[in-house]
Design a binder for this molecule. Structure first.
Ligand code: DON
Length: 328
């Protein structure tokens, strides 16, 4: 595509996105920012931002796309990928399954009701805490450092940890502590409880913006190959498992609805972030400039009962319908 063609398409897509943001913003009133993590409660509920990145690194964006927010559960995909890269898929599969639960993200119920207590998948808190304990490095700070380096390789910049969010969650993480103790008891934790918890809560406190998520999304779309740096960052098999997990478990007990009505692998977090990845073969719509695939990052802090961004999901649905992006 010539520069001229791109800038025309770019302008029209950006105009469409701005219109969609304005249309979806009021849906935030149906949710509210997460309050069980005190530092997230004061987020501006009417923020809504989106960024799409194609495989040549070009972006289109609208709304509060540059505003930083913490990864929260979106981090579970990245940590899962790093654990697979470093320990191998089969070792990771010994510690955590890949089955959806249909339960809340922080539910404890299945850990004991289904033996031997192996977490159902790495997208719920139990599975993610187990994965945090498997990250490379001996001490919690080494594991966090490996993770920050992995983010740097994915996004091209070293992210910061939001210490206020980390402390706020560390002090109130009674349920996650209970989960970690249970995992320790059943042999699904590779470190001590407090160590795994520190790594997990620090990974949740890593700050990004929608462009960072869009960049991770395009790498997933290209099966682990970073088209911008032109190198493979993880294997095709890891990418496929991660995308399958995003589609089946990424939005918790709303994952089925997401698959049915939006049809794009996506992962949410309670700070209102959504990471989505669109494969090359879809979106052949003439007005869509990313027919070779794209990554999508969305941010809107008001969340619903399931912990998913209300306006963010509406916006993703709008984008999926407008450009026919469902993988089905
Ligand atoms: O562990 C927690 O509860 C949070 N740090 C992350 C939960 C989360 O983002 C669930 N997502 N929708």
């Amino acid at each position: 595509m010539t520069q001229d063609m791109w800038s025309k398409e770019h302008q029209s897509v950006e105009a469409c996105l701005t219109e969609a943001v304005n249309h979806c913003r009021p849906f935030a009133q149906e949710g509210k920012p997460a309050s069980y993590i005190p530092a997230l409660a004061n987020a501006n509920a009417s923020d809504l931002g989106i960024c799409l990145m194609g495989c040549d690194g070009r972006i289109v964006h609208a709304g509060q796309w540059e505003k930083p927010f913490t990864m929260q559960s979106v981090s579970k995909v990245i940590s899962f990928m790093l654990a697979c890269v470093c320990q191998g898929i089969s070792r990771v599969m010994e510690m955590v399954d890949v089955e959806p639960t249909g339960d809340a993200f922080n539910s404890i119920i299945r850990l004991e009701s289904s033996q031997p207590g192996k977490p159902f998948n790495p997208m719920i808190n139990a599975g993610a805490i187990s994965i945090s304990s498997m990250l490379p490095g001996r001490r919690p700070e080494d594991k966090v450092e490996s993770l920050l380096q992995f983010y740097e390789s994915l996004t091209g910049k070293r992210p910061r940890i939001n210490e206020e969010v980390f402390s706020s969650e560390w002090e109130t993480a009674n349920r996650n502590r209970a989960i970690a103790h249970y995992l320790k008891d059943t042999g699904y934790l590779q470190t001590e409880v407090e160590e795994a918890l520190e790594v997990y809560l620090k990974q949740c406190s890593i700050e990004v913006n929608t462009a960072d998520l869009a960049r991770i999304g395009i790498i997933l779309s290209r099966d682990g190959y970073d088209p911008i740096q032109r190198k493979a960052l993880f294997s095709k098999q890891i990418a496929k498992i991660s995308k399958a997990l995003m589609l089946t478990c990424g939005m918790y007990n709303a994952s089925g609805k997401m698959a049915a009505f939006i049809g794009i692998p996506a992962k949410s977090g309670v700070s209102g972030g959504i990471l989505a990845t669109v494969p090359p073969r879809v979106g052949k719509n003439a007005s869509f400039p990313f027919s070779d695939g794209c990554g999508i990052g969305i941010f809107a802090p008001a969340i619903d009962q399931a912990g998913n961004s209300v306006a963010g999901i509406k916006l993703l649905e709008w984008v999926a319908n407008e450009w026919d992006l469902s993988v089905f």
